[in-house]
Write a protein that binds this ligand. Structure first.
Ligand code: PMP
Length: 459
């Protein structure tokens, strides 16, 4: 929209060679032939030739890439002052107040940091200081961040390539996956049929999965250890875009609290209105976390993240050791954070996520009827997963087909990603300015790609 084609300063080959020469080799790139992306606007990214790609991956640039309002707030404040938090400045208190207004009253204290990892790392420290205990329960397949303590808390990493497994103080709960998990409920049983109704409530598999959390909590106590807490995403992102069964978090939280632990909701991927019906994803599970961590969308791409907690936990943490974070909560970051909240509210983006998300979910569910490769379609708002299988009975994962589809969608100008422990779930989490037309274009293009020979289940 009104964008000049961007002019490349370096060829793709040059950039690739320089990356290989000078950047850590553990950095990955998307696509067999990587894209050079030089501009972003709204839900679109543009390559060096000015070709537009519909971005269905980026849940960081939540209110749209390079949103003029957010950019103006950033540039305006950067032109005047940026310092650490050791002077009085209105931006930090104004932003804290606005953020806390979106949360339950009991969460009344904020800490500002610079990344989701820093937020979760601080959350672990808060929980451990408050409880005096070390052990944590995490959900299998979860990713919570890149620090040493968070790799310990991330089965996605420590049980993946290069990982060394869970340390003794980390206890892994089975993934409450309604589609693939061993406890079936109504939704799981109907998953093979395109007639699944949108608002149909899963039955009590949530309690059965939560009971596993309870057993782990009891095991910690029986071993003479203490439970610091439980950290969970209210929808499982790296786990493969999984909507938790009803009652799961409520009962898991109760088990954790009975064992003396605190409950952390990791809203880094799913917060800020993305789920449509609520501002926070934990609200869809009707729970009250003790600590909420936020990242990615909070700064629309600016490195900002936050932790909200109770007065009691924050006070216990103030034990004499200062928590200092050089960049966290600086006036520029807080101006950006406030602008993002303004845009979500003024442009009605939570409502948009609900409306467009439901439309997209329905479109994808209709594709399930035509294409046997689609085993399950699930999601809330604009956080959707499409799980691909070679066989709807055995649920044999279609990982190669998923890679093929993502490459072909890119060639058609649509960016998607893959996740889940079996690498077979298409992940849909676009900026929440996504439109009905974008949803139709996505469904129509996916329909075409799914009809190609290479996208047929190979049995
Ligand atoms: N929590 C979740 C659920 C995440 O998905 C991520 C990042 N993918 C993080 C925490 C870590 O955030 P960051 O990369 O900003 O450190």
């Amino acid at each position: 929209p009104g964008l000049e084609p961007a002019v490349p300063l370096m060829s793709k080959e040059e950039i690739l060679a320089q990356r290989q020469a000078h950047l850590g080799p553990s950095l990955s790139l998307s696509y067999r032939r990587p894209l050079q992306i030089l501009r972003g606007r709204g839900q679109y990214l543009y390559d060096e030739n000015g070709r537009a790609y519909l971005d269905v991956v980026n849940n960081v640039c939540h209110v749209g890439h390079s949103h003029p309002r957010v950019v103006a707030a950033l540039a305006g404040q950067a032109a005047v002052l940026n310092t650490n938090t050791r002077y009085l400045h209105p931006n930090i208190v104004q932003f804290a107040e606005r953020l806390l207004d979106t949360l339950p009253e009991s969460l009344e204290v904020c800490f500002f940091v610079c990344s989701g990892s820093e937020a979760n790392e601080l959350a672990l420290r808060l929980a451990r200081t408050y409880t005096g205990a070390q052990d944590f329960i995490v959900i299998d397949g979860a990713y919570h961040g890149n620090t040493a303590a968070l790799i310990d808390n991330s089965p996605y990493k420590h049980d993946g390539p290069g990982g060394k497994g869970a340390p003794q103080h980390i206890h892994t709960a089975v993934m409450p996956d309604p589609y693939r998990g061993s406890y079936k409920d109504l939704r799981g049983l109907l998953a093979n049929r395109a007639s699944v109704v949108l608002d149909e409530k899963p039955q009590r598999s949530g309690s059965r999965y939560a009971a596993h959390v309870g057993e782990l909590a009891q095991g910690v106590l029986d071993a003479g250890r203490g439970l610091a807490g439980f950290i969970a995403e209210p929808l499982l992102g790296c786990g493969g875009q999984i909507v938790l069964p009803d009652g799961y978090l409520q009962e898991a939280f109760a088990h954790v609290r009975a064992a003396g632990g605190v409950c952390i909701a990791d809203e880094v991927q799913v917060g800020f209105g993305r789920v449509g019906t609520h501002f926070w994803a934990f609200e869809t599970q009707e729970v009250m976390p003790d600590i909420v961590t936020m990242g990615k969308p909070i700064g629309n791409g600016h490195p900002l993240a936050a932790v909200a907690t109770t007065r009691a936990i924050a006070d216990a943490f103030a034990n004499g050791m200062e928590y200092f974070n050089t960049f966290g909560g600086n006036p520029v970051s807080c101006a950006v954070g406030s602008a993002v909240l303004d845009v979500i509210e003024e442009e009605g983006l939570q409502e948009n996520a609900l409306r467009v998300g439901e439309h997209l979910l329905r479109g994808l569910q209709a594709l399930m009827e035509k294409h046997p490769l689609i085993g399950d379609v699930r999601g809330l708002g604009l956080f959707i997963g499409v799980e691909l299988v070679r066989d709807r009975e055995t649920l044999r994962p279609a990982a190669e087909e998923a890679s093929y589809i993502v490459e072909r969608m890119m060639e058609h100008g649509i960016l998607l990603s893959i996740d889940g422990p079996l690498h077979n779930a298409l992940k849909l989490k676009p900026p929440i300015v996504f439109t009905m037309e974008d949803a139709d274009f996505l469904v129509h293009t996916l329909d075409k790609v799914l009809a190609e020979d290479a996208a047929q289940p190979t049995g």
